[in-house]
Design a protein around this ligand. Structure first.
Ligand code: MN
Length: 405
C-alpha cells in the first residue's frame, strides 16, 4: 500500500485501502456487476473500467466473480493495483467519487458460482473434541489424522449467501437407547465457524498442485458457516462420512477478501508432529492469523482463532489434488470448524455445550443447540498492512422446516 485513500471515512476502518474485498452488487435497479468495498461504500468497478480500463470491462460487468477469478493471478494483481490507485490518487477523485454507493443502498448477491465444495477437518482441537464426544471409548483422533487434512465432498448447490434463511432440516435420527431410527426435524441443529478458500485458476487433471502454488490458484477468502445437524450426522456418518447432516445449507460471506489482502496475516503453523509427508511440506509462514467471532442472537459466544489450525490451507489444496483430481474456478474449500484449546475458542455448539449436555448462556436464555428464530453471525478480522481488515459478515436465521409438499 503506497498511499492513504482519499475516502477519508475509510481510513483506519476494517475496510481501508489495504483490504478491498469484492462483491457482486447492484444499485438502483441496474444490472449486477463487480464492486469493491472501501469503508462503508461500494465502488462500481465495472463503470470505472469503462472509463479508464476498457480491457477489464468484460471481467467486471458480469453477475458473477467467476470470469475475474478465472483470469489468473497476474490479472488479479493488475485489477487490485488499479482499484487501489483509483482510491488513492487525488487526481482521479472527481470522476471516481460519483461511482461510490453507500453500502446501505446496494443489493448484494451470491458472489461466485460454486463449482465443487469440499470441507476439511483441520483443527486438532475440534477433531479431538468431536472424537471424544461421538466416540467416548475410542482414541479421539483417527490414525490418519496427523498424516493428511481429512475432508469430504459437500454439496455446491446449497452454498448460500450471507443473510439467507436456513430451514431446519429433517432426517433420520436414532436417539440414545433406541434400536431403530425415526424421521423428523433435527433436534441438534448446529453451526461450524470456518474459513473458506475460493479457487480462481484451475489446476490440470492428472497433476498435483504443490503447496507453493496455493497463492497462484486461490483467488480469495470468505467466512463460512457449515450448518450441521448432529443427530442426523451421528447416525449416517459411519462408514462413508457426512451426507445429509451437512448438505442442507452452507452460508458464505457475500464479500470475497482477496488472498493478497492477507499478506500481513501470514503466521507459522503451530507445529506438525510427525512432520508431513514430502508432498505436504510447506514453506513457512503457511498459516493465517484470522480472528473469528461467533454471535448467537446478538451475544458473542466464542472467539476462535485460525492461527491454531493444524493443517494449512495450502496443504488442504495440495491434498485435494494429490490424486490428480483437478480443481475448477469456483471450487470452495472449507477449513473445517475453527476451534482453539480454550473453552471460549470453540467454533461449534457441539463443543461449546459438550454434546448438548452443558447448555451455554445466550443472553438471558440457554442453548444446547439452535432453536427456530435464532440468528447466527460470524465475524472475521485479520491484520492488514495499514490496520486490521474485516471480512464480510456471515449471517443466517433459522426457521421451522416448511411442511412437506
Ligand atoms: Mn465443517
Amino acid at each position: 500500500v503506497t498511499a492513504p485513500t482519499w475516502v477519508a471515512e475509510a481510513r483506519g476502518s476494517l475496510f481501508d485501502v489495504d483490504n478491498l474485498p469484492y462483491a457482486i452488487f447492484s444499485v438502483g435497479g441496474a444490472p449486477p456487476r463487480v464492486g469493491i468495498r472501501i469503508g462503508d461504500r461500494v465502488l462500481d468497478l465495472a463503470r470505472a473500467a469503462s472509463r479508464s480500463r476498457p480491457d477489464l470491462v468484460g471481467l467486471l460487468e458480469t453477475a458473477t466473480l467467476n470470469p475475474l477469478m478465472a483470469a489468473g493471478h497476474d490479472t488479479w494483481s493488475d485489477v487490485r493495483g488499479w482499484a487501489m490507485s483509483l482510491l488513492q490518487d487525488e487526481d482521479q477523485r472527481t470522476w471516481v467519487q460519483p461511482l461510490l454507493a453507500e453500502i446501505t443502498d446496494v443489493q448484494v448477491k451470491m458472489p461466485f458460482d460454486v463449482a465443487d465444495y469440499v470441507d476439511f477437518y483441520a483443527s486438532i482441537d475440534h477433531a479431538t473434541n468431536v472424537g471424544k464426544i461421538l466416540r467416548p471409548t475410542a482414541q479421539p483422533l483417527m490414525p490418519n489424522w496427523r498424516y493428511m487434512p481429512v475432508g469430504y465432498h459437500g454439496r455446491a448447490g446449497t452454498v448460500l449467501p450471507s443473510g439467507s434463511v436456513v430451514s431446519r432440516p429433517s432426517g433420520q435420527q436414532r436417539p440414545p437407547g433406541s434400536d431403530a431410527p425415526s424421521f423428523g426435524p433435527t433436534l441438534k441443529l448446529d453451526i461450524e465457524a470456518e474459513v473458506g478458500f475460493v479457487v480462481g485458476s484451475p489446476t490440470r487433471l492428472g497433476r498435483m498442485a504443490p503447496t507453493d502454488s496455493f497463492s497462484k490458484h486461490i483467488f480469495g477468502v470468505v467466512g463460512l458457516n457449515d450448518w450441521s445437524a448432529r443427530d442426523i450426522q451421528a447416525w449416517e456418518y459411519v462408514p462413508l462420512g457426512p451426507f445429509l447432516g451437512k448438505s442442507f445449507a452452507t452460508t458464505i460471506a457475500v464479500w470475497v477478501t482477496p488472498l493478497a489482502a492477507l499478506a500481513a496475516a501470514a503466521v507459522p503453523l503451530p507445529g506438525q508432529r510427525p512432520g508431513p509427508l514430502p508432498h505436504l511440506r510447506v514453506t513457512e509462514p503457511a498459516g493465517y492469523d484470522i480472528d473469528l467471532e461467533v454471535e448467537i442472537n446478538g451475544v458473542v459466544v466464542s472467539r476462535p482463532s485460525f492461527r491454531d489450525m493444524y493443517w494449512s490451507p495450502s496443504q488442504m489444496f495440495t491434498h485435494m489434488t494429490s490424486n490428480g483430481a483437478s480443481a475448477r474456478t469456483g471450487d470452495l474449500l472449507g477449513s473445517g470448524t475453527v476451534s482453539g484449546p480454550h473453552r471460549d475458542q470453540l467454533g461449534s455448539l457441539i463443543e461449546l455445550t459438550w454434546g448438548g449436555q452443558e447448555p451455554i448462556n445466550v443472553g438471558t436464555q440457554q442453548r444446547a443447540y439452535l432453536e427456530d428464530g435464532d440468528s447466527v453471525v460470524l465475524r472475521l478480522t485479520a491484520p492488514g498492512q495499514i490496520s486490521r481488515i474485516g471480512f464480510g459478515d456471515v449471517s443466517g436465521v433459522v426457521r421451522a422446516r416448511p411442511d412437506i409438499c
